[in-house]
Design a protein. Structure first.
Length: 96
């Protein structure tokens, strides 16, 4: 059994437009983060470096695995997204 519900079905026209605008801002910010911080490289067993901004991200030496490096890099990208949304996006009114 499945239930299909459209997100906009319960929204007024003004709320739907606001929702669409916020979605566009978030999507644009996510694209900018992926363009500016596309991947990482291993520097040493306990360090990776963002190929976009060259930030050094530490990995616990005893837990120096690809999975932990991926998590550290995802946290880096998430912080960048939060910054963009706080500065340019949701609080600032839009991205250029």
């Amino acid at each position: 059994m499945s239930i299909d519900v459209e997100i906009g079905s319960g929204l007024s026209d003004g709320d739907a437009a606001h929702f669409a605008a916020k979605t566009e801002v978030i999507t644009t910010a996510m694209q900018r983060v992926q363009e500016n911080h596309p991947a990482y490289s291993w520097v040493w067993t306990d360090e990776i470096r963002c190929r976009g901004c060259n930030a050094s991200l530490d990995i616990p030496r005893i837990a120096s695995t690809k999975a932990n490096a991926d998590r550290a890099f995802e946290a880096h990208q998430s912080a960048q997204l939060d910054y963009l949304l706080g500065v340019d996006g949701l609080l600032g009114g839009g991205l250029p």
